[in-house]
Design a protein around this ligand. Structure first.
Ligand code: SF4
Ligand code: SF4
Length: 149
């Protein structure tokens, strides 16, 4: 199953899973934010992950600390494209190439279905599902830009 098909299926499945499995205030707030289109790119802020692994394993294969550490490293290296003023295709390609080299597709942020099973496991209080949404929003925007004429 390719990435697009996975995203389509998981978006539908994730929405249903959320409705069925998690009524915590965090989950409700995030469902509302997603529904409102609010879970998109924040500023280019680092994620305060200490790589403790308490959030793992993710039942859907996301390498949570790996994704966050990659993102932080990419920020340090200055290779996270700033999409606010348009997309530089060279920058997009460089970032996505580095991402795909470091983290297999099956473990990247877009595999997160926002099930919230990791929600209360993080000692750093990182809102993991939201961060995955944020990173997915960025990577999908960049991949779309590379596919465009
Ligand atoms: S919210 Fe996302 S990252 Fe966390 S356990 Fe569920 S699928 Fe994995
Ligand atoms: S539990 Fe939090 S700090 Fe620890 S690896 Fe997961 S996201 Fe990072």
């Amino acid at each position: 199953m390719d990435r697009r098909e996975w995203l389509g299926r998981m978006f539908a499945a994730g929405t249903m899973a959320l409705a069925a499995c998690d009524d915590s205030s965090t989950a409700v707030a995030t469902r509302e934010a997603i529904a409102a289109g609010g879970v998109v790119a924040d500023s280019m802020r680092k994620i305060n992950c200490i790589n403790c692994g308490h959030c793992m394993p993710c039942d859907f294969g996301v390498d949570i600390p790996g994704v966050f550490l990659f993102y932080n490293k990419a920020l340090d290296e200055g290779i996270v494209p700033d999409t606010s003023g348009g997309i530089d295709r060279g920058e997009a390609r460089r970032f996505l190439t580095a991402l795909d080299r470091e983290i297999p597709d099956s473990a990247q942020a877009h595999r997160c279905i926002t099930c919230y099973h990791c929600a209360n496991r993080c000692p750093q209080n990182i809102f993991i599902a939201r961060q995955m949404e944020r990173i997915t929003s960025l990577t999908e925007t960049l991949r779309d830009a590379l596919c465009a004429d």
